[in-house]
Design a protein around this ligand. Structure first.
Ligand code: ZN
Ligand code: ZN
Length: 366
């Protein structure tokens, strides 16, 4: 069972505030287990010394019965009354009107923020996204199990897809088939819409699948992931239908080596930028430094892109055991094609454990 009370106490203490306030999303799910959608009816969770309190639209109150924690304090509001009164009642009864609260300034909307200040002009509001992410970044064993499962089922889906690939299939067709295979392998759905890019399209790091048909000898870049227990996989493989042209074959080797160098650099206490440097050193030495146009990796958890760890130049924060990240160097040659190889990696007590088991080089087609 997830210990939500421990998570809540941890973030309040770390942020050094009287309460942490959350809106629906990954933070709310992580710290309370509650899954509400962000809508035009504001929902606000207060994590204070007593535990959990909620400002909640009346029509959502029945949802709480499924809540594992039992009975949070609830300040409900109806469509007729509006939410301003519930904001005021919560801040007053929780004794927060002139206290300090922490928010995730990147997910709380201006609407909730202004409603808070209108209800309690003396409220001190502080950014707490760094504290929220620092706690979420160190994964608990249950979270690691879920990511493990998401990775394993995603790999099975890709292994089923690759022999089916044929010249003439469109990127969109291949992406739709991959989504079906993920579901067939037990995924709760796509962790994100798969990127399937063929030929010169593979040189666009964030392009979506198009109607372009796959041609013989071309690179096909597939960036995808399934989900299990709410946790995603994020994997990229680049395959070739037939024999690749010589420069693409060469950059494949360079990217594979850069990926392995970055993985080898992972360990507790290592500055995050060192992982980026390890990958970049290999690619730069091969003469493609200018063609590696993004960071080496990002955190992976309830959200596919988490800000901790951030594997980029200038980030000197040390890695800690339990942090999960992607390692995804790439080389992109405009008009020719690109190669990216992305693995999911967890920091262990002594080094790194690579969760992805698929080899970098995979056969495609018949
Ligand atoms: Zn990816
Ligand atoms: Zn990624």
């Amino acid at each position: 069972m997830t210990d939500f009370a421990k998570r809540q106490a941890g973030v309040r203490e770390r942020a050094g505030v009287d309460a942490v306030l959350l809106v629906p999303g990954a933070n709310l799910r992580y710290f309370t287990g509650l899954e509400f959608g962000l809508s035009e009816r504001p929902i606000l969770a207060f994590l204070d010394a007593e535990g959990l309190a909620l400002v909640l639209p009346e029509l959502e109150v029945p949802q709480l019965e499924a809540h594992p924690e039992g009975s949070p304090r609830v300040f409900s509001w109806s469509d007729e009354a509006g939410y301003a009164g519930a904001f005021r009642a919560a801040l007053t009864q929780l004794g927060l009107t002139d206290r300090t609260v922490g928010i995730d300034s990147m997910t709380m909307r201006a609407g909730e923020y202004l409603a808070l200040l209108e209800a309690a002009p003396g409220l001190q509001v502080r950014r707490a996204e760094g504290d929220l992410m620092a706690i979420r970044a160190r994964k608990e064993p249950g979270e690691l199990d879920a990511i493990h499962e998401a990775v394993a089922l995603s790999e099975r889906a890709l292994r089923r897809l690759l022999p089916e690939l044929r010249a003439g299939q469109s990127e969109q067709e291949i992406a739709a088939r991959l989504s079906d295979l993920l579901k067939a392998e037990g995924s709760e759905g796509d962790a994100f819409a798969p990127l399937v890019q063929s030929g010169p399209n593979s040189a666009l790091p964030h392009g979506g699948p198009s109607a372009r048909p796959l041609g013989a000898g071309e690179p096909l870049l597939i960036d995808f992931g399934g989900r299990k227990g709410g946790y995603p996989a994020d994997i990229t493989r680049t395959v070739f239908l037939g024999n690749p042209q010589s420069e693409l074959a060469r950059i494949f080797e360079v990217v594979s080596e850069a990926n392995r160098a970055a993985v080898a650099a992972v360990g507790p206490g290592v500055a995050m930028q060192e992982i980026d440097r390890a990958a970049r050193r290999v690619i730069t030495a091969a003469g493609y430094g200018e063609a590696f146009i993004h960071r080496t990796g990002h955190g992976l958890g309830l959200e596919v892109h988490e800000s901790v760890p951030q594997l980029a130049e200038g980030v000197t924060t040390p890695l800690e055991p339990g942090m999960v990240m992607t390692i995804e160097p790439g080389i992109y040659l405009p008009g020719v094609g690109g190669v990216r190889l992305e693995d999911d990696v967890v920091v262990s007590e002594t080094g790194a454990e690579v969760l992805t088991r698929l080899p970098h080089r995979l056969p495609a087609g018949q």
